[in-house]
Design a protein around this ligand. Structure first.
Ligand code: G6P
Ligand code: MG
Length: 223
């Protein structure tokens, strides 16, 4: 595994790592799934984490055995409907949605001259970062619209390192989704999973929640 001393950059997921917006994504998808007559389960909810908007809709339709029930145009309509609902839920969101310890962790990373980038599949990430007051820390962002493949493909995390001018083995990727951990591992970066270690069992290091995400804890985990 990687030495702590060789780490130069951190590539962050957004939803469920920096802010608790993943609950809003879930809420909005659940509403649509129920409208389409697809049973909502915890497993489905977990599988959608980190997955792009259209891929998420396709997973929902598949779970309900409806993968060929709609035209591309109808699917675009439903994806837009989910996004409208999601943006409505975000309307009043502010810095209080930042997850515990994240502000301190980011401050600490800046103090120690680590480089930071964002590898979120969300096309709403610039808006979310603005509302959280964190945009200034994430000037380097992978634009998900430019990707050939979404998570779990390594492309997004590989790009997250590239835009920092760093090699993958100098970077740490932080994720709350199984698809994201697979993407980080595929890009040969050190993976940190935030959440249930049984679900994120492929992560190199696991913290049950963001309050445990500190440089000291990462250093300890690598010893
Ligand atoms: C993140 C979230 C997913 C979401 C995806 C696309 O990865 O974890 O739940 O579906 O972004 O988000 P968007 O805001 O573009 O619909
Ligand atoms: Mg996430």
């Amino acid at each position: 595994m990687v030495n702590f001393e060789q780490i130069k950059g951190f590539v962050f997921d957004l939803d469920g790592v920096i802010a608790d917006t993943s609950i809003y994504h879930s809420k909005a998808w659940r509403q649509l799934a129920e409208e389409l007559g697809v049973t909502w389960t915890t497993e489905l909810s977990n599988n959608l984490k980190g997955v792009s908007r259209m891929d998420s809709l396709n997973l929902i339709l598949k779970a309900g055995g409806k993968e060929s029930a709609y035209t591309e145009e109808e699917k675009e309509h439903y994806a837009t409907e989910k996004n409208t609902n999601y943006l409505n839920l975000l309307k009043d969101m502010d810095a209080s949605a930042i997850l515990p310890g994240i502000n301190d962790f980011i401050e600490d990373l800046k103090r120690h001259d680590y480089k930071l980038s964002l590898a979120s599949a969300s096309k709403n990430s610039p808006l979310v970062l603005e509302q959280l007051g964190l945009a200034k820390y994430f000037e380097k962002r992978v634009d998900p619209a430019t990707l050939k493949h979404g998570k779990p493909d390594p492309e997004i995390f590989a790009r997250g390192a590239e835009i920092l001018g760093l090699k993958p083995e100098e970077c740490v990727g932080i994720e709350d989704a199984t698809a994201g951990i697979k993407s980080i591992n595929g890009a040969s970066e050190l993976s940190i999973g935030i959440g249930d270690p049984k679900i994120l069992n492929e992560a190199d290091i696991n913290f049950t929640d963001t309050s445990k995400l500190t440089l000291e804890n990462i250093k300890q985990a690598l010893k």
